[in-house]
Write a protein that binds this ligand. Structure first.
Ligand code: AQP
Length: 332
């Protein structure tokens, strides 16, 4: 069977190291193992949190530039914008007609983001997982690489695929597999090691943006929350030190070492030393990506052309699958 991946990022603010390591790097590592690769900028999902919509156009282009600068070739892969393929929203409507409200109410992300006043909570936020299921299933994706926080939504996508197949009495959709890389599944905030790094965190110091310059990266790492204890020799010594664990994990990722080896290097040392080394490693890795992103953003015409080509390929595949869906639903 042909393998196909679909994944995406919401253009809701500054794309950060969590998105890069948790999502984009895992995509890049799979490029030569998967037959067809679709990478979406899920702009319609951004509208579920309306405070982000002012910068939507700019953020959409920035995310496209991040994909390409990180190594996703826009000719070999299909990079496109969700709103350029209308089949996503059409399929999500059909899915909303077979998805019980109870399934959606149980989603952790909905519970976290829903307004304290239930009557004010947006319908779009509630229906987010049915649109995400449509994003994936309209391409009949076989694999969905995501960070840990999106695992529940991919599991719901499988439930929705199953429910749809049962409703129409035909195996229209195979169940897609989530792919979650353990080491990068959850990059934590630099200000609070118990919270994931997130675009919506009010503090810029909680995350490193892909477009941060070297001085800003150095300042953010210097100001990152830590503790006064020296580095332990064993991973178990980090159990109650989430901020320390996060910084050492980032160091392990950027230097391509195991956590055990990083602990050997730093055992007994203080965080000032870890932070200095982590700053160098982060800048080494991120500087070429930032520079490429800036070049791409300076040539908007080419960037938009890549996105148009990506949307053409996506529309071609999606239209065939949509014809099948309309047929099994007995639409005239
Ligand atoms: N901290 C993280 N560690 C690892 N992976 C992460 N991802 C997000 N944060 C981390 C992964 O990035 C992909 C795109 O995420 P998204 O933009 O669609 O939505 P999100 O998960 O809600 O990301 P943010 O940054 O936290 O955005 P806001 O603050 O707007 O909600 C997904 O694969 C996600 O797992």
């Amino acid at each position: 069977m042909k393998t196909r991946i679909l994944s995406g990022i919401r253009p809701t603010g500054h794309i950060h190291l969590g998105n890069y390591l948790g999502a984009i790097c895992s995509w890049v590592s799979m490029l030569d193992k998967i037959d067809e690769r679709f990478f979406c900028i899920v702009d319609q999902h951004s509208l579920t949190t309306t405070e982000d919509s002012n910068d939507l156009r700019k953020n959409t282009l920035t995310i496209a530039a991040a994909y390409i600068a990180s190594g996703i070739d826009p000719v070999e892969n299909h990079i496109f914008v969700q709103s350029h393929v209308p089949y996503h929203t059409e399929l999500s409507w059909y899915f909303s007609c077979i998805t019980p409200m109870g399934w959606l109410s149980r989603m952790t992300q909905f519970k976290d983001k829903a307004n304290k006043n239930k009557d004010q909570t947006l319908t779009g936020l509630f229906l987010y997982p049915t649109l995400m299921a449509a994003d994936i299933l309209i391409y009949k994706a076989t694999h969905v690489p995501v960070g840990e926080d999106q695992k529940q939504h991919v599991e719901l996508t499988r439930d929705i695929a199953h429910a749809f197949n049962s409703y129409v009495g035909k195996q229209v959709f195979a169940l897609p597999e989530p792919i979650i890389k353990k080491e990068t599944a959850r990059i934590m905030s630099l200000r609070d090691g118990l919270k994931k790094m997130s675009k919506s965190d009010p503090s810029d110091y909680s995350r490193i943006h892909l477009l941060d310059d070297n001085d800003t990266i150095a300042t953010k790492i210097r100001k990152a929350k830590t503790d006064p204890d020296p580095i332990p020799s064993e991973i178990s010594g980090l159990e109650s030190r989430p901020e320390a664990k996060n910084l050492l994990n980032l160091h392990a990722i950027f230097t391509n070492k195991t956590m055990e080896n990083v602990l050997k290097d730093f055992e007994g040392k203080l965080f000032s030393e870890v932070k200095a080394k982590l700053t160098d490693a982060t800048i080494n890795h991120m500087e070429p990506i930032r520079s490429k992103m800036l070049d791409l953003l300076n040539d908007e015409t080419s960037l938009i052309k890549y996105l148009k080509n990506g949307a053409n390929a996506a529309n071609n595949l999606a239209s065939g699958h949509m014809a099948e869906v309309r047929q099994v639903l007995n639409l005239l």
